[in-house]
Design a protein around this ligand. Structure first.
Ligand SMILES: Cc1cc2nc3c(=O)[nH]c(=O)nc-3n(C[C@H](O)[C@H](O)[C@H](O)COP(=O)(O)O)c2cc1C
Ligand SMILES: [Mn+2]
Length: 511
């Protein structure tokens, strides 16, 4: 299976239509990215204790670094491999995961993602005997998760984390809806795994609802999972929406699910390694800390619920997905998250109905896209930029965490920070153009406030880096090329000895 060549799905540059992705599971997706030079295999033995994370960190200090397949884990007897940086800062790998053309620009990918996230496709049932994840099934006392390698990432981490690049399924007892979340999972013992869900997360809401009935909460978790289910698990959707249907929409085909051995939840049929288990009321162990996406250790060590593991399903030599949390560009939550968050911000602004918004980008270097949003717009009336800034700052997709909201004119590309810094330096007059919002929605993971209890109350700066509307008629013309001269030069590009296509320009000298 792994060596077969796979025809690439994908769409023409600029097109928003997409058909089913060209892969069915993590292995086929790996084959696809390897064919594009986006995977590096490391066959030398690597220790899962800090060394793997150190290599992953150093290998990803530049944008677009390849995914890393660690093929030999020192001391491992399970034959498992570990995939790190599966998406990371690579927009190309994001595109291949969702069936877009990797040559699209980030702005084009954001537009295409808005369409993909509208689609809903229901899961497909696969018979147990045909499910790839059932190559090996272990029950009861046969279960020993310590058999598999689990990385300790950072020196200050509180343990080995078998679940980082994972998905977790729970069912709500009131509605029956199945949630898909990505929550960290620390290995405590052969059949015991810590599960940390922060307040408000759906996995926690489901768990509490079962416990309120005096019943254990069933859990299914996958530790080697395809990129779409992984990305989806880290997105917030309404408590009534089926995240499995959204994942199907992104793939252009239903997520393949099969029956579990012990719990009533389904399991992902094409995953690499899946556990089934129960969270019992009152059963907890000390958990954490873990180096976070902010580039700091997060919460202090504290008791967290433990999954009592009842069964394991795995493929032979499973590929476990490990998500390094680190400063950009080394963080697993990178290009994909920035693109998806930006798409959802634009959806929110559309729904509100504000006119003139052209683009938005939540750059992944700002704490995985949480810290900053740039919105580009065509100024149409007095006060328009202030309105777009305030609405962007507090729309559901952007309100959490974001500290910096910058508005730029339509000739500035929000995905190009050279352009954004130019606008900030030439169109923004700080004494006039900054406003602060206080006591906004934030998180305990933002280390900038003291005492730490205050961290959930954030603040935001609205920065108007658009041309001053009051003086827009007098504002100097930017130095732009004359269109006829640009076209002549572009036509001569290769004759002049330059490689590739000339840069695309959209704005030209006026008369
Ligand atoms: C690699 C990774 C690790 C994460 N770890 C946690 C975690 O330990 N606890 C948590 O509550 N959220 C964690 N998140 C964020 C959640 O996945 C995210 O908030 C998601 O929306 C949760 O799903 P839910 O909205 O269905 O609750 C993590 C995200 C990623 C990508
Ligand atoms: Mn959810």
């Amino acid at each position: 299976m792994e060596e077969q060549s796979i025809e690439r799905a994908g769409v023409a540059a600029g097109s928003n239509a997409a058909r089913a992705v060209a892969w069915r599971d993590l292995r086929e997706w790996i084959t696809l990215i390897e064919a594009d030079g986006l995977l590096k295999r490391i066959d030398k033995p690597v220790d899962a204790d800090e060394e793997l994370a150190a290599i992953a960190y150093l290998a990803t200090r530049r944008e677009g670094a390849p995914a890393l397949l660690f093929e030999t884990i020192a001391g491992d007897r399970s034959g498992a491999r570990i995939l790190a940086n599966m998406l990371g800062s690579s927009k190309e790998r994001y595109a291949l995961a969702v069936g877009l053309d990797p040559a699209l620009s980030i702005a084009e990918m954001i537009a295409a993602t808005r369409d993909l996230m509208q689609r809903r496709i229901k899961p497909v049932a696969v018979a147990k005997e045909n499910a790839r994840v059932n190559e090996v099934v272990l029950r009861g006392d046969e279960v020993d998760l310590t058999h598999f390698p689990a990385p300790k990432f950072w020196p200050g981490d509180g343990g080995r984390y078998i679940g980082t690049g994972d998905i977790t399924l729970t069912r709500n007892p009131d509605t029956g809806r199945i949630n898909v979340g990505c929550y960290r999972q620390m290995l405590h013992g052969p059949r015991r795994v810590g599960l940390y869900c922060s307040p408000g997360k759906h996995g926690l809401i489901d768990r509490e609802a079962w416990w309120a009935r005096g019943k254990p909460c069933e859990v299914v978790a996958a530790y080697g999972i395809d990129p779409v289910l992984f990305m989806l698990a880290a997105q917030v959707f309404g408590i009534k929406e089926s995240e499995l249907d959204v994942a199907g929409g992104l793939m252009g085909r239903g997520v393949e699910l099969t029956e579990a051995e012990y719990v009533s939840l389904p399991i992902p049929a094409n995953a690499e390694l899946v556990i089934e288990g129960l969270l019992h009321p009152g059963d907890s162990e000390e958990e954490g800390p873990l180096g976070e996406f902010t580039g700091y250790y997060g919460r202090e060590r504290a008791p967290q619920p433990v999954i009592d593991v009842k069964a394991i399903h795995h493929r032979r030599s499973p590929i476990l997905t490990a998500a390094l949390m680190a400063k950009y560009p080394s963080c697993e939550i990178g290009a994909y998250y920035a693109i998806m968050r930006s798409a959802r911000i634009l959806d929110d602004l559309d729904r509100i109905g504000v006119s003139g918004v052209v683009g938005a980008y939540a750059h992944p270097a700002a704490a995985s896209g949480w810290g900053l949003v740039v919105v580009s717009m065509q100024q149409q009336y007095a006060g328009h930029a202030a309105q777009v800034l305030a609405l962007t700052a507090q729309c559901p997709a952007a309100a959490y965490y974001t500290k910096w909201i910058i508005a730029v004119d339509e000739d500035v590309d929000p995905t190009d920070f050279n352009d954004v810094l130019w606008a900030l330096s030439t169109r923004c007059h700080p004494a006039e153009d900054l406003d602060v919002l206080r006591n906004t929605w934030s998180t305990g993971l933002d280390p900038s406030q003291y005492p730490p209890e205050l961290r959930p109350y954030g603040s935001k700066v609205l920065i108007n880096a658009c041309k001053p509307h009051k003086h827009i008629k007098q504002f100097p013309q930017a130095t732009l090329l004359r269109q006829s001269v640009y076209e002549r030069t572009a036509a001569r590009w290769s004759e002049l000895g330059f490689d590739g296509a000339p840069p695309k320009l959209t704005a030209f000298h006026d008369k």
